[in-house]
Write a protein that binds this ligand. Structure first.
Ligand code: GLC
Length: 687
């Protein structure tokens, strides 16, 4: 049951696809308070209530105890105290004696104080008085999530090749560096499907250009890579360089497609290319115009993109620099008030992403002029929409890979997200694990983090453990920042262990892709907290570092340095499978309860659920080369069971064809249990 309440005159957002009549009476479950002219929606939590949601947000799966500010932020230093990350996903579910969900559809910032100020009080404070709130009642948290997912519409569906392993770095600066990456993966037998082009592929960081010096024959190069099974994925940044003669700058100015200052001039901010203008993604003409530019690359065979810097991130504005200069000029270096130096430092470091700058430019929302801060959280989402809608025009029957850094609920229908600039820290591996189900709750299914960590130097063991988790995430991309230690699999000496771990991914792809597709097509989650699957198990409710992935497996990733194993809670009897490589495994049936399981740094444990089966194919060097005519089955059952695998060509969009569903079954055939399927079953491990 979903009820809708409208406050003031909300700016339309693309979040919701269902038409629901607004209620006339006051909002259920929440008490309206007012403080400093702002509405606060207040809820009293019970001691045992769990609060799920908020998608790409900091801290745990249970959000209790934290203060979260939904305000898309360029935040690479994701320490525990940070309140805002790159996405704004204003959906929460409270579950305990009763379960209820709230979605605050609000284009400006929203604060969620979830027991931070007072442990049992939840306060939701929208940044302005114009917003819509949806109240969702249901039998359980999971039921509420499923209703919410129907409300916001079907998630973006990635092509199957995007389930392959992908290698990125800021930056592989020229053709030869990219060739080298591919060669080293292929030589070492490490599977690979995509290499990313970060900002240096461009000419002067200008969107939709290619540096002729670094990539002198780009179309031929794209083709050469495709022949080797590699997709090149270029980055597209939000800011358009100000440069006379650069067509995109000239067109944007001529047709008034950039964000404006109050005086009507085009707003200026410094990003990678130096001074830029921001396309007004809130405007449908600007979206259509910017979206059409992707065709330049699509025409030469590019099939995937990542949209970046779209919070939008600003290194500085001329106004901010002028203010800081003036402050510096007036600064008394003979002061005996030491805190003044901190003020000075803040003035200079605070030049980036200043609130004052976000308050100083305007959008033309098809006739309605709005100040940026009142729609801040929609900017990146509308950049994703610009690209997604363009792809539908350019090649309506084809899927493209598309994911963004900044996002709002609604943009999950046009693209996925990566979780932005994390660090090579063990704590960020854990954050990645905890964030996956929250992102799924909010509709983001094609998602993943920079594996190995973006900032800081990665170590061999961290990368290996992170890949040990990353082999389950739809986006499996190793990405690292400029100036950090090399992080490709071959950068740490021997590659054998990396080859083994990534090979496991490829043998899991039919299962993972199937579970991903079913989750997309049924508005469901691929990564679930244990409590969603075992709702009556009180201990399972508290587990945050184990996840159920699809219908057949539970994972318990190891995320601590030098650990030789970990404690795992089993809500029922399960089959432990420890993968040493795609074909070398050990099995152990384990009873419900707490166990310590061992898995060396080069091993990946997973658990097959009771009465479920896991199909595995033979590993390959790229997704194109996967042979899905033959399967090995691991099953944990003493009864007849069935698994329905979703399989399609991975690129076209006729999702609803019943032929895409392939049954696998364990059946009693004249007293002997065996596996049956239209596929060839080469091996059965039945427990
Ligand atoms: C941003 C992105 C990062 C990218 C870098 C250079 O920090 O988040 O992934 O490598 O910009 O383009």
């Amino acid at each position: 049951m979903i009820r809708k309440y409208v406050y003031g005159n909300p700016i339309p957002t693309p979040a919701v696809v269902q038409n629901i009549e607004a209620e006339e009476d006051s909002v259920q479950y929440l008490t309206e308070l007012e403080m400093n002219g702002k509405i606060i929606l207040n809820y009293s939590m019970e001691n045992d209530d769990i609060v799920y949601g908020l998608g790409e947000a900091n801290r745990g799966l249970n959000k209790r105890g934290g203060l979260y500010r939904s305000f898309c932020s360029d935040e690479p230093n994701q320490t525990e105290d940070k309140q805002s990350l790159y996405g704004a996903h204003n959906f929460i579910v409270i579950t305990g004696m009763i379960s209820v969900g709230f979605f605050v559809d609000c284009a400006s910032e929203v604060t969620f104080d979830i027991g931070y100020t007072s442990s049992n009080i939840l306060n939701i404070t929208p940044g302005c008085g114009d917003f819509t709130i949806y109240v969702i009642e249901g039998r359980s948290a999971y039921d509420i999530v499923k209703q919410f997912r129907k409300l916001i519409g079907r998630s973006y569906i990635a092509p199957k090749w995007a389930f392959g392993y992908q290698q990125s770095r800021w930056s592989y600066a020229n053709e030869d560096e990219v060739r080298e990456v591919v060669k080293k993966h292929r030589q070492n037998g490490v599977p690979l499907d995509a290499v990313y082009l970060d900002i240096d592929y461009m000419d002067g960081y200008k969107d939709f250009t290619v540096s002729e010096e670094r990539f002198p024959a780009f179309p031929e190069f794209v083709k050469e890579m495709r022949e080797q099974g590699i997709h090149l994925v270029p980055i597209i940044d939000a800011g358009v360089k100000i440069e006379d003669g650069y067509p995109i700058y000239e067109e944007g100015r001529q047709y008034q497609l950039f964000c404006k200052r109050a005086d009507g001039s085009d707003f200026v901010a410094g990003v990678w290319p130096g001074k830029t203008h921001f396309p007004d993604f809130m405007n449908s003409n600007a979206r259509m115009w910017f979206g059409s530019k992707y065709k330049t690359f699509i025409d030469i065979g590019i099939e995937g993109f990542w949209n970046d810097m779209n919070e939008p991130a600003m290194f500085f504005t001329p106004e901010g620099v002028a203010e800081a200069k003036q402050y510096l000029d007036n600064f008394d270096f003979n002061t005996n008030e030491p805190w003044k130096f901190f003020e000075l430092k803040d003035k200079l470091t605070g030049l980036s992403n200043r609130m004052k700058d976000y308050e100083s430019f305007f959008h033309n929302m098809d006739g309605r002029i709005v100040r940026h801060d009142s729609v801040h959280n929609l900017y990146g989402a509308n950049m994703t929409r610009a690209a997604g809608e363009a792809f539908e025009q350019i090649a309506p029957d084809k899927r493209f890979l598309l994911f963004s850094r900044s996002s709002y609920i609604g943009s999950h229908r046009w693209g996925g997200v990566w979780t932005g600039d994390n660090q090579s820290w063990w704590s960020h591996l854990l954050l990645n694990i905890k964030m996956m189900p929250s992102l799924n709750m909010c509709g983001f299914l094609y998602t993943g983090a920079d594996l190995g960590g973006f900032g800081c130097n990665c170590t061999r063991d961290l990368l290996m453990r992170w890949l040990g988790f990353g082999i389950f995430t739809p986006l499996m991309r190793n990405h690292a920042a400029l100036g950090t230690r090399k992080q490709e699999c071959y950068s740490f000496g021997d590659t054998e262990d990396f080859r083994s771990i990534i090979s496991i991914r490829y043998s899991l792809i039919p299962y993972l892709y199937s579970e991903y597709m079913k989750a997309c097509l049924n508005d469901d989650m691929m990564f679930k907290p244990l409590s969603f699957v075992y709702p009556s198990d009180n201990f399972a409710r508290t587990v945050e570092d184990q996840l159920v992935v699809g219908e057949s497996i539970m994972i318990a990733p190891i995320y601590e340095q030098n650990a030789v194993g970990r404690y795992v809670y089993l809500p029922e009897d399960m089959l432990l499978v420890v993968f040493k490589s795609s074909s070398v495994r050990r099995y152990q049936i384990m009873k419900k309860g707490m166990h310590y399981i061992q898995a060396a740094v080069n091993e990946v444990p997973l658990f097959v659920l009771k009465n479920k089966l896991l199909p595995l194919c033979r590993t390959a060097q790229s997704t194109d080369a996967l042979d899905t005519s033959m399967f090995e089955i691991i099953a944990f059952t003493d009864d007849n069971i069935e698994y329905m695998m979703y399989e399609d060509d991975g690129i076209s969009k006729n999702y609803d064809d019943p032929a895409h569903y392939v049954p696998f079954a364990i059946k009693d055939m004249d007293g002997v249990f065996g596996a049956v399927s239209p596929k060839k079953i080469v091996k059965l491990a039945l427990f």
